[in-house]
Design a protein around this ligand. Structure first.
Ligand code: HEC
Length: 129
């Protein structure tokens, strides 16, 4: 009887430890909702042209490295993204006509309000990932 109790106790303890660990893992892979909305918007309207090749990749795996604190290749007086300041970021400003240089984005199309909002919110929130 004493043996059974200690086995049950051991199994319970192990279960609790295992639960604790899986909660930690969940926290580690948490992605900011602003980043999820941003990458969904870019996928729907932008990555068809700005895919993994070319000068500007807006794919989820590349967008931070390719935009944050990077000068625009079309006009180096504009940064692609200044975190916390959408109104100084070409990624946002290019969604409107007239665009700061060359064509408004998406080229030959119109940005959805959802895309405009998602890009604004991500930059405004300080570019969380
Ligand atoms: C039909 C193809 C096409 C689509 C779709 C498109 N782009 Fe572009 N984009 C271009 C081309 C071509 C350029 C270079 C000429 C220019 O700057 O206008 C460019 C340039 C840019 C630049 C300036 C980059 C730099 O460093 O100079 C930004 C920012 C940009 N696009 C963002 C976007 C966003 C955001 C979307 C989606 C809302 C989008 N683009 C959709 C073709 C496209």
């Amino acid at each position: 009887m004493r043996f059974t109790n200690s086995v049950v106790g051991l199994v319970l303890t192990m279960t609790m430890v295992a639960c604790g660990e899986s909660e930690k893992e969940d926290t580690a892979v948490e992605v900011a909702p602003e980043f999820l909305a941003l990458t969904a918007a870019l996928e729907s309207q932008c990555t068809g042209c700005h895919g993994t090749s070319g000068d500007l990749s807006l794919a989820a795996a590349d967008v931070v490295a390719e935009t944050v604190d990077v000068e625009s290749s079309g006009d180096a007086t504009y940064m692609r993204v200044v975190c916390g300041d959408p109104d100084s970021s070409a990624l946002y400003l290019k969604l409107f006509d007239p665009a700061p240089f060359f064509d408004p984005m998406p080229k030959n199309g119109t940005a959805d309000q959802e895309t405009i909002d998602a890009i604004y919110a991500w930059i405004d929130a300080g570019c969380p990932e």
